[in-house]
Design a protein around this ligand. Structure first.
Ligand code: IDP
Length: 142
């Protein structure tokens, strides 16, 4: 299986609930390594740029408002099959539909405030990592 890197974001709702560490534990327990991390309060332009792929969607403005409502914790996860593994740990977009034991089932309140973001493909993972981190800020897995 391939060693991959992916972007994870702990969204403002989960940062506000003080569960960054509990979410990090899910990654580490699943064998994913945190190889870069930063806390950041996104500007409107940054949130709009990050979610540009969704700009025609009806929820785009709500999404940008939410993602700029407080600081987020952004990390690069590295490990075997990291992109899919992170998506499995996250659970479905709507926490009501997320499997028991997933991050969204345990920490998210609604489809808007759904605790975490994760890249959904190798192409998007590369774009999203470059959006937030210089290559010198991402460390090789131990
Ligand atoms: P994902 O985060 O599970 O990959 P996407 O479909 O890529 O889900 O949507 C990006 C984000 O946009 C979601 O995490 C969620 O916060 C928000 N979102 C998606 N669909 C809706 C919706 O129908 N209403 C409100 N917000 C939504």
């Amino acid at each position: 299986m391939a060693i991959e890197r992916t972007i994870s974001i702990v969204k403002p709702d989960a940062v506000g609930k003080n569960v960054i560490g509990k979410i990090y534990d899910r990654f580490e327990s699943a064998g994913l390594k945190i190889v870069a991390a930063k806390m950041k309060h996104l500007s409107r332009a940054e949130a709009e740029g990050f979610y540009a792929v969704h700009k025609e969607r009806p929820f785009f403005n709500d999404l940008v408002n939410f993602m700029t409502s407080g600081p987020v914790m952004i990390q690069v996860l590295e490990g075997e099959n990291a992109i899919l593994k992170n998506r499995e740990l996250m659970g479905a977009t709507d926490p009501k539909k997320a499997d028991a034991g997933t991050i969204r089932a345990d920490f998210a309140a609604s489809i808007d405030a759904n605790a975490v973001h994760g890249s959904d493909s190798p192409e998007n993972a590369a774009i999203e990592i470059a959006f937030f981190f210089a290559s010198s800020e991402v460390y090789a897995g131990r």
